[in-house]
Design a protein around this ligand. Structure first.
Ligand code: GRF
Length: 216
């Protein structure tokens, strides 16, 4: 069966991209990373794409006068690459409703908190400030409002005594690298359905929630 063609949009180091690349290295995997697009010419993730022999493009928003041109160019590259599913992985541009609607239910994002809590930037510092005992990550379908949209997979990580934003980020990142490939796998198997803005996982043989043992 043809594999689902995944396009990954990045702006930086690309460790989630790497997790998706590693998952698609298994020939039995139902999805493959077919295209990487970076909004930054110096993104570390571009080297990851090159090392894996995956086509990559730089589409720098600064080269465009308006968001419209930038997004039209993204859209054209994704369509040209016959991309079925777009994964935002540390992509630092906010997409307009035009782009989001064009890729509706074929555009997903990973956010380093348990949405709908702690949307936006500086997530881990805000989690620590709040006194929350748990954090985690969320893979969700993208909607026009930032960090909104039907939730596909979540994972929970404990906040530990003495945590700093960096130590919490590292713990959550480890979970992100498991959640993102899982979400893509479920979608590629055709098991993810959005109904009334809620995700239904069909024939769920794997859980779409992951929890790590705080002691283990
Ligand atoms: C991740 O924490 C992701 O949740 C957030 O941006 C970060 C990207 O990291 N959206 P990387 O570039 O995948 O290493």
């Amino acid at each position: 069966m043809a594999r689902l063609r995944v396009g990954v949009l990045i702006s930086g180091r690309g460790t989630n991209l790497q997790a998706l690349i590693d998952a698609s290295a298994d020939p039995a995997a139902p999805a493959e990373v077919a295209l990487v697009i970076s909004s930054q010419g110096d993104a570390q993730g571009l080297a990851r794409a090159r090392a894996a022999g995956i086509r990559s493009e730089i589409i720098n928003y600064r080269a465009f006068n308006a968001k419209q041109g930038f997004e039209a160019s993204l859209d054209a590259a994704l369509r040209g690459g016959r991309i079925d599913l777009v994964c935002l992985a540390g992509f630092m541009r906010i997409l307009t409703p035009w782009f989001v609607e064009r890729w509706r239910d074929r555009l997903i994002n990973i956010h380093p908190s348990l949405l709908p809590a702690f949307k936006g930037l500086d997530t881990h510092a805000r989690v620590l400030d709040s006194g929350a005992r748990f954090s985690g990550c969320t893979v969700h379908f993208v909607r026009a409002e930032m960090d909104e949209g039907p939730i596909i997979v979540q994972a929970v990580a404990p906040v530990m005594p003495g945590d700093t934003p960096d130590t919490l980020a590292a713990r959550v990142l480890g979970l992100e690298h498991r959640c993102y490939p899982l979400a893509v796998h479920l979608i590629a198997e055709g098991r993810v359905r959005v109904q009334n803005e809620r995700v239904e996982i069909l024939n769920a043989t794997v859980a779409n929630a992951i929890m790590i043992n705080p002691l283990g």
